[in-house]
Design a protein around this ligand. Structure first.
Ligand SMILES: Cc1cc2nc3c(=O)[nH]c(=O)nc-3n(C[C@H](O)[C@H](O)[C@H](O)COP(=O)(O)O)c2cc1C
Length: 253
């Protein structure tokens, strides 16, 4: 099993800010405007600092109608011309797409903490990214609009109950394990599939895939698993096969 670059990667204050944002983040598709100058400069700063193996984030400008398709059952994304592209190069690291999920979600949570709305979009129009320059080997795995949410509350999609995504009864787990699992439960996923299972034994939590999901979904969930630990020390290791990642809590938790 591989040690994970998320260990110790983000400052405690950043992690706390992102954990607080987990509770109120939801996908925003209707925007009133682009972020203001201060919000944009904070987003540029955050995007430049979120660097994980094989991934990076680029912020750009594009007409939303060029970038986002109208999909059945969901509102057409519109009202802002700013976006962030989540870029991965799997030649640089075989887990680049997982890191892209984790790093992209860090930006999404940073945006939420600034009052900027986002929506992970994997089904975007590549032709809408004309102005974006990519290095050889780089691919844009997803984009998100960045904007001021329209004055019209959008609810987060419903989640499975904690008992449905945990093996065993999470109410019997220690508080740290319960909190980490609950933070995974709130993670966004493509089509809201929530394709994960969490098991607990001793000091270890294991996040596994369940059903259809992409490395982006799994990277997002891995970041949530770690954020849910709050300040409690822990070590993450990537898994193999169905196992996405394991988290071992240190003795003093
Ligand atoms: C990897 C990924 C890809 C997604 N792709 C799209 C997309 O192409 N179009 C879209 O409208 N929403 C997309 N979403 C948003 C999900 O539908 C949304 O996160 C999920 O329904 C949960 O809702 P919430 O984000 O409001 O909590 C995507 C989410 C993820 C994590």
């Amino acid at each position: 099993m591989d040690r994970c670059a998320l260990n110790g990667c983000f400052a405690p204050a950043q992690r706390e800010k992102w954990l607080n944002a987990v509770a109120h983040r939801r996908s925003v598709r209707a925007y009133a405007d682009a972020p203001d100058v201060e919000q944009m400069s904070a987003l540029h700063y955050a995007a430049a600092r979120i660097r994980l193996p094989g991934m990076r984030i680029a912020i750009g400008e594009a007409a939303s109608a060029m970038l986002f398709r109208k999909l059945p059952f969901v509102e057409q994304i519109g009202g802002t011309n700013r976006y962030a592209a989540i870029i991965a190069d799997d030649r640089a690291d075989p887990r680049a797409a997982l890191y892209a999920g984790a790093g992209g979600e860090a930006l999404v949570l940073e945006a939420a903490s600034l009052g900027v709305g986002t929506c992970w979009v994997a089904g975007f129009r590549r032709s809408g990214l004309e102005g974006l320059s990519l290095e050889p080997g780089e691919k844009v795995l997803a984009v998100t609009p960045l904007g001021i949410p329209a004055d019209r509350p959008e609810k987060s999609a419903k989640r499975k109950k904690l008992g449905e995504i945990c093996l065993g009864d999470p109410a019997q787990w220690p508080m740290w394990a319960y909190n980490a699992a609950e933070c995974v439960r709130r993670a966004p996923s493509a089509l809201n599939r929530q394709p994960w299972r969490i098991s607990f034994a001793g000091r270890t939590l294991i996040l596994s895939r369940s059903g259809l999901g992409s490395p982006l979904d799994f990277g997002i969930a891995a970041l949530h698993l770690s954020l849910g630990m709050g300040a409690a020390p822990h070590t993450l290791r990537w898994g193999e096969g169905r196992e996405i990642i394991s988290l071992v809590a240190e003795e003093q938790v």
